[in-house]
Design a protein around this ligand. Sequence first.
Ligand code: FAD
Length: 401
Amino acid sequence: MDLSYGTKYEAFRQEIEQFLDEHSEKAPKGFGMLGGMGSDGMVAWQDLLIKRGYAARTLPKEYGGYGAEPDLLETVILDEVFTERGIARGMSGQGASMLVPTLLEHGTEEQKREWIGPTLRGEVLWCQGYSEPGSGSDLASLQTSATEDGDDFLINGQKIWTSTAQISKMMFILVRTEPDASKHSGISYVLLPMDTPGIEISPLKTMTGNAEFNQVFFTDVRVPKANVVGKRGEGWKIANTTLKHERNMLGNATQIESTLNRLKAVLRSESVNGVRPIDSPVYRDRLARLEARVLTMKFHSLRLLTCNLKKESPGVAGLVVKLQGCQLNYEMAALALDVMGEMGVLYKRAKYERAAGYWQFQYMFMIGLIIGGGTAQIQKNIIAERGLGMPREPKTVQEAR
Ligand SMILES: Cc1cc2nc3c(=O)[nH]c(=O)nc-3n(C[C@H](O)[C@H](O)[C@H](O)COP(=O)(O)OP(=O)(O)OC[C@H]3O[C@@H](n4cnc5c(N)ncnc54)[C@H](O)[C@@H]3O)c2cc1C
């Protein structure tokens, strides 16, 4: 049986392989949310990938993409080759993976032209100003206000858990512009420069030892009304578009498969009581169970891509990736630490630390991502209510307002 994709596509594969043979040493190293983000190396690598059509491949040329026609097999091959080499296929993050598709759907022509290109190229980093101290899962209860002042809004309030705020040039922020409207109405989605006077950023350290997120305080922060995306007071719809893309980013099957390949290498190279973990039935069984789930995610992602190309809604299939993907990332890191034994607890440049602490970092960071972008419990509510059509959770009188 011939399982190759045919001459045209095999030539495409060879072209990518040759490109990576010649250029892969330019790919930025580092891991985690801050790993390499915004660095010159990252910007140059991203620029090269877009020029070759390996990143932002199907995004319109006029907004800074490569402008290719969507082709399922080309996407599959690109993912396969980059994943085999353990190299990220282009920049991800709140800007490229979440804001760009939101602007393509809801932005004005000016907003698209101003922000999509620089964001894709990694020149402008974005952070997401959604959560507040009293508004996480119940995001629509947010209280940060934006009051009118001529052609501007004045923003006052506080956001929390804002990842990468300390290095971001821009924030997409949810603010309440109509305080008397019902909870889900009266919210606006605004593009806010982070160097505007009145913004104060206070880092929050996580158990990884790094300050990956922040509290952000706003005192009379002036922003033009023209920076609202979509209609004023109708930001809840726009916010949900971004959340959909956030779920897809956090459950990205290519990244998960790449982590699995790395995990297999650990099971081949470590030794437990003189036996390679890959040769131990206990560890191999755990690996096989994880691999089955990773492959399920991979084929599921092709199904989603097909729906996307046909402009069909994937329905419940599109809602499960974040829940599954974040849990899998965490469990893969847990297996890596287990097979490292006592070395698994070393961290932060300890003498016998493996892979510069990559797995230790993954273990501590990925448990957070089971919460970030909507907790596992909330994902299950969404799957049940929006995906499976089960009865909605009863609301308290206050929540229903
Ligand atoms: C690593 C990380 C990065 C983050 N980055 C960002 C960011 O960049 N920008 C941003 O705006 N936010 C960010 N967040 C915040 C994240 O979106 C919130 O933490 C999350 O939505 C949960 O909100 P909360 O922390 O207020 O918890 P709460 O909403 O108070 O929830 C507490 C617990 O109650 C459960 N719960 C709440 N309501 C229900 C319900 N209806 N049914 C069942 N269980 C329920 C939750 O599942 C959770 O276990 C990040 C969080 C993490 C961990």
